[in-house]
Design a binder for this molecule. Structure first.
Ligand code: KG4
Ligand code: ZN
Length: 374
């Protein structure tokens, strides 16, 4: 490790006592359609108590660029990251009232994600680290989501995380930094993707999740009965492509669709999703309890779909029924951002982790991969 975190020293009587160690970490996120940079201060006192402060968290969403296409266009995303990333990093430094020399380490998402975007962020981080002689920390985007609850709520290991975003739908046992067990995942579409594709089919705007939630409020959730694939099986996996097809067939049957028809489809779709998530989460909590029966039961939600109020309400009930505490970070930290990357990097940096400049960007990088272990 090229540089250790700075240490504030206080003098107590005759002896010198380490009061706290502080590290300042820059985090860069470019794996999908947000160009983001953030600076985190992480403090650890002599008893191992950890505190964190978000000094800046700048996110530039590319929604306007992708909206006309009804989804993220990888080439456009990568180009927009190239154009904006340096400005976003400069803003993050300015807002934190710091310059590059103050930074102890730089973390960047190295995957999984759209490879063009990941390359932009990771290469930028490598260039900065080489020029400034700072340690590079390659961050797994999923780990960044997984550890956010420790930044916002100081959650202790282990906990169960449900990650529901445009790219992922997973249950992960978060046992420690670098120690993750995948309990279940989607075998086809991610949940956010299912929301986006269903919305597109109904002629709603992108991103589809918030649009479906809005329409669902005005609809009859019991008008359509949609399938709940895999729910009869014991495994903790999801499948959403059958649900999407069922929505398409139902819409075709009653076309042309009135506004009320669309609202009813949205409400029925959302209700089906809530039912699926609640049933699965109940089973996932049960599975988690089997292997951690001596530990408090904690459920953490992450990812953009967590913004959905009907889903949040359903999961709150499931957690209460299971006697589990539910932790949902603020939605601005549930969706993609630089603070979660800076935080994951700060956690790894504190353990002495540093990556070589030949660390490759990865479009796929499961959390339970050997390379995650510390
Ligand atoms: O985590 P995120 O910002 O980006 C990644 O995919 O990594 O998640 C974006 C996804 C989109 O698919 C969007 O439609 C969905 O989250 N989303 C929602 C809601 N708000 C955002 N889905 C359902 N209901 C919402 N209110
Ligand atoms: Zn994400």
């Amino acid at each position: 490790m090229s540089k250790q975190t700075r240490t504030k020293i206080i003098v107590q009587g005759q002896g010198i006592v380490l009061e706290q160690r502080q590290s300042l970490v820059l985090g860069i996120e470019t794996s999908c359609d947000e160009t983001a940079a953030s600076i985190i201060a992480r403090y650890e006192d002599k008893n191992g108590n950890i505190e964190a402060k978000i000094l800046s968290n700048i996110v530039r969403s590319q929604i306007d660029e992708h909206a006309p296409f009804g989804g993220v266009v990888p080439e456009l995303a990568a180009r927009a990251h190239v154009v904006h990333l340096d400005i976003i990093i400069a803003k993050a430094l300015k807002e934190a009232k710091l310059d590059f020399n103050d930074i102890d380490a730089i973390g960047a998402t190295a995957g999984p994600g759209l490879i063009g975007g990941v390359l932009v962020g990771l290469t930028t981080a490598k260039a900065l680290c080489a020029a400034l002689d700072k340690p590079l920390i390659a961050i797994n985007h999923l780990e960044a989501h997984a550890l956010t609850a420790r930044l916002t709520d100081n959650v202790q290991f282990p906990y169960l995380m449900l990650l529901v975003s445009g790219g992922h739908t997973q249950y992960i046992e978060v046992n420690n930094i670098g120690d993750y067990k995948l309990l279940g995942t989607t075998i086809d579409d991610a949940l956010g993707e299912a929301f986006d594709k269903t919305a597109k089919m109904l002629g709603l705007a992108y991103p589809g999740g918030p649009e479906i939630e809005k329409s669902a409020k005005k609809g009859d959730a019991n008008r359509f009965k949609f399938p709940k694939p895999l729910l009869h099986e014991k495994r903790l996996d999801f499948s959403f492509s059958g649900l999407k097809t069922a929505v398409r067939l139902a819409a075709q049957k009653i076309a042309p669709l009135s506004e009320q028809d669309k609202n009813d489809i949205c409400a029925s779709f959302q209700k089906t999703v809530v039912d699926i998530l609640c049933a699965r989460t109940k089973d996932a909590l049960e599975a988690f309890k089997q292997t951690h029966n001596d530990k408090p039961l904690q459920l953490v939600i992450a990812g953009g779909v967590a913004a959905n109020k009907a889903i949040a309400l359903g999961l709150k009930q499931v957690a209460a029924d299971a006697n589990a505490s539910l932790i949902v970070p603020p939605i601005s930290l549930c969706t993609d951002n630089g603070a979660m990357v800076a935080w994951a990097a700060a956690e790894r940096y504190a353990l002495g982790v540093q990556n070589d400049f030949d660390f490759a960007a990865r479009s796929r990088w499961p959390l339970n991969d050997e390379s995650m272990k510390i």
